[in-house]
Design a protein around this ligand. Structure first.
Ligand SMILES: [Zn+2]
Length: 102
């Protein structure tokens, strides 16, 4: 319902969306923060800022640049952890093998 309204209307403020849709402005803001509602233009009265760099964004918690960086960092961390983890494991296995052979 809200989505249809946003798509078909030119909005100027969160209060207008709230009045037109009957949805609390606070809930609308939550929708946008959760990424369930994506604005195509900024609306007055509400500012969404990237939690990482502070850039103004239209929805969600991070700007597209930070979202990209964050997912990249996440991937790097995951691959790094699995690499060092397997490295330690193999070193340990070699030590154990040598120990039992001696
Ligand atoms: Zn950012």
């Amino acid at each position: 319902m809200v989505k249809d309204f946003l798509r078909s209307s030119k909005l100027t403020g969160i209060a207008e969306i709230s009045a037109a849709t009957g949805v609390d402005s606070e809930r609308i803001i939550n929708f946008i923060k959760e990424g369930r509602l994506v604005l195509t233009t900024p609306i007055s009265g509400v500012e969404f800022k990237c939690e990482r760099c502070g850039n103004l964004i239209l929805s969600g918690r991070f700007c597209s640049e930070c979202a990209k960086n964050l997912s990249q960092e996440l991937r790097d961390n995951i691959s790094f952890e699995s690499k060092s983890g397997s490295g330690m494991l193999s070193r340990d296995t070699i030590k154990k093998k040598h120990g039992s052979e001696d």
